[in-house]
Design a protein around this ligand. Structure first.
Ligand SMILES: Nc1ncnc2c1ncn2[C@@H]1O[C@H](COP(=O)(O)OP(=O)(O)OP(=O)(O)O)[C@@H](O)[C@H]1O
Ligand SMILES: [Mg+2]
Length: 605
């Protein structure tokens, strides 16, 4: 068991244990008290047994004489004392066991809570590239599976370990005091029990890990089929989806059965081994009684001690395997907590944005895919003006938006806002004052109002002034009328638990969210793609007022969306190939001109 060197990964938990040191201390005291009390019944039992044997001798001696009743009564009264004593100790011990669990197990729950919060805060701190490099299941495991393994160590493992140590010391001292030779024989089989239980637990841990993995595969398969149910039905793939699920479930069943098998072997093992100790007690103990070294009662007392020790000694193997699991989990947690976000906030100074943007020779390659998304891109957006970005799909348009909000940092070149490199701008203020309406709309399982207000107000119930602002933003995004036609209007729940909005409705809720935030720089990433040209026109008109006094970046595939922008750039494979305003680009007769001609004729059709 190479457990000790590996224990150092658990050192991280010391700070939590220290935090709850008083509770822990009392926990240990209660463990000691409850164990101490568990020794006494065995001694009472020995005394009673010896008393019975003596009484039997006495009764036989006084048979028929007048004293027979006195002797019988003596016996009965000592039996009553035995009952009362046993009962009292059981109750007292029960009380201490209750407090032991109430302290140690509670501490483990407190630490679990602290650790989960710490991990969740780290989730939020880490940047986009971390999420691109790790899959959801793995990330989820840190906060669920791994924390629960660590809790099992902090609670049950530590509690039973201290329990065993104290009990062992108490019982062994008591046994040695009675008879050294007998104690040695009786204790001999116990280490074998520990090792066997450890081996079985280790096997079970491995199997239960496999069961867990298969379970998460099933979970992922199921979840994906729910998310993609429309595609599955449209392509009539229900049958093969069911077949696929069956295969995964079959695998799960096989693994679970193996685990059940190992589990079934566990208990018989624990019942079997103490039998050796008991047999040895009777044999060796009998000899000692004959020699006159101990009494009959001592044999009974020893049998009780063996039973007292069996479970704890067996659980030592279980504790070892729990601890190993916790070590592996805590190692992963430590690694995760030590993960440093690539995007660092380099300034704590407050930053008040005006809104001018400059890209200076910016090049960027996605680290995950090695795709060169931008090459030597330079442009200037003066304060309170608009920039349009056009270009074929995959040209690098959204990448510009990502870099501007510092989801990634460029490989070379500089991005400046108000003449200051964004790397040196307080990250919180940068993101607070830039608004992005992303290409892929995401709505939370919340009310429409909550979704629009997301990121603008600090949460909780909105004031009536805030509600008014939400409504205004919804009007500007031309979604207010739609919302009013829903049964619960602004209180309508959307997302997974609620009603399904159409693609265009979602985009407009998302636009309203961006407008409400009222940032200095507003980026619209292809967010009118799902609305018809008439609605688009309406929204663009509204936006003119809403975005007055802001710098705007409009990414679009439609000439109609961008033709009024002060400056238009066309990207191709990450390179700017055309730039100018509408008239200039029309004269240039390049990509923009062709797109215009094509879309004009489509509209005329
Ligand atoms: N997170 C990412 N990781 C790796 N590669 C990416 C990532 N996002 C985009 N890319 C790649 O970078 C290139 C530019 O992508 P980008 O999203 O900027 O294109 P786009 O111009 O916005 O396209 P579209 O008009 O389809 O939205 C593409 O080749 C794309 O595959
Ligand atoms: Mg895009």
């Amino acid at each position: 068991m190479y457990i000790w060197p590996a224990m150092k990964s658990l050192r991280y938990l010391n700070k939590f244990i220290f935090k709850y040191k008083f509770k822990m201390f009392w926990g240990v005291v209660f463990i000691a008290l409850s164990n101490w009390l568990s020794i006494f019944p065995a001694q009472i039992f020995r005394n009673v047994l010896d008393a019975i044997l003596e009484s039997v001798d006495l009764i036989n001696l006084f048979k028929g004489s007048s004293s027979e009743d006195i002797v019988k009564n003596l016996f009965i009264s000592s039996a009553i004392w035995f009952a009362v004593g046993l009962f009292a100790f059981a109750i007292a011990r029960g009380i201490f066991v209750f407090f032991m669990r109430q302290t140690i197990i509670m501490v483990s729950r407190y630490i679990e809570y602290d650790l989960k919060n710490e991990i969740y805060a780290q989730y939020q701190r880490l940047d986009i590239s971390f999420y691109k490099n790790n899959n959801t299941g793995d990330i989820m495991n840190r906060i669920s599976e791994d924390v629960s393994n660590v809790r099992m160590y902090l609670g049950p493992a530590i509690m039973y370990f201290i329990n065993i140590v104290i009990l062992f010391i108490l019982v062994v001292i008591t046994m040695l005091n009675i008879n050294v030779e007998l104690s040695m024989y009786v204790l001999l089989p116990l280490p074998v029990l520990t090792i066997l239980v450890y081996l079985v637990s280790r096997k079970m841990t491995k199997l239960s890990g496999e069961v867990q993995d298969q379970l998460s595969t099933i979970y992922n398969t199921t979840q994906e089929s729910f998310a993609g149910i429309r595609v599955i039905k449209a392509y009539t793939k229900e049958k093969s989806t069911v077949k696929h699920f069956n295969e995964e479930a079959e695998l799960y069943k096989e693994k679970a059965l193996k685990l059940a098998m190992a589990d079934s072997m566990f208990n018989p093992l624990i019942f079997l081994l103490p039998v050796f100790s008991t047999i040895l007690t009777v044999f060796v103990g009998g000899m000692e009684v004959i020699k006159g070294n101990i009494t009959y009662g001592n044999i009974a007392e020893f049998v009780i001690y063996i039973n007292l020790l069996t479970w704890p000694v067996a659980s030592l193997g279980w504790i070892t395997s729990l601890t190993q699991k916790a070590i592996a989990s805590q190692k992963r947690i430590n690694q995760f907590l030590n993960e440093v976000p690539k995007i660092q906030n380099n300034s704590s100074e407050p930053f008040h944005m005006e809104g001018s943007i400059e890209f200076r020779n910016v090049s960027f390659t996605y680290p995950e895919s090695g795709i060169k998304a931008l090459q030597n891109v330079s442009f200037i957006v003066p304060n309170k003006t608009s920039l349009a970005i056009m270009g074929k799909t995959g040209a690098g348009k959204s990448t510009i938006a990502q870099l501007l909000t510092r989801m990634y940092d460029p490989d070379s070149g500089e991005i400046l806002i108000d003449g200051k490199n964004i790397k040196n701008i307080n990250l919180h203020d940068l993101r607070k004052q830039t608004g992005i309406v992303p290409q892929e709309v995401f709505l939370f399982s919340d009310t429409i109002e909550g979704n629009i207000a997301f990121g603008s107000f600090s949460g909780g119930e909105l004031s009536s002034a805030e509600k008014e602002l939400v409504k205004k933003a919804a009007e500007e995004a031309d979604i207010h009328n739609n919302i009013m036609s829903f049964p619960n209007q602004y209180e309508t729940i959307v997302g997974e638990r609620g009603i399904t909005l159409s693609g265009g409705q979602k985009q407009r809720v998302s636009i309203a969210r961006g407008l409400l935030k009222d940032p200095k720089i507003l980026i619209f990433d292809d967010c009118l793609s799902a609305v018809d040209t008439e609605t688009e026109e309406k929204i663009l008109n509204n936006l003119k007022n809403a975005t007055a006094g802001k710098s705007t970046v409009i990414i679009s595939h439609r000439v109609s969306s961008v033709k009024n922008c002060k400056q238009i750039i066309v990207l191709d494979h990450g390179v700017i190939v055309e730039r100018g305003n509408h008239e200039e680009l029309m004269k240039h007769k390049g990509f923009y001109f062709e797109l215009y001609e094509q879309q004009l004729s489509e509209d005329e059709k």
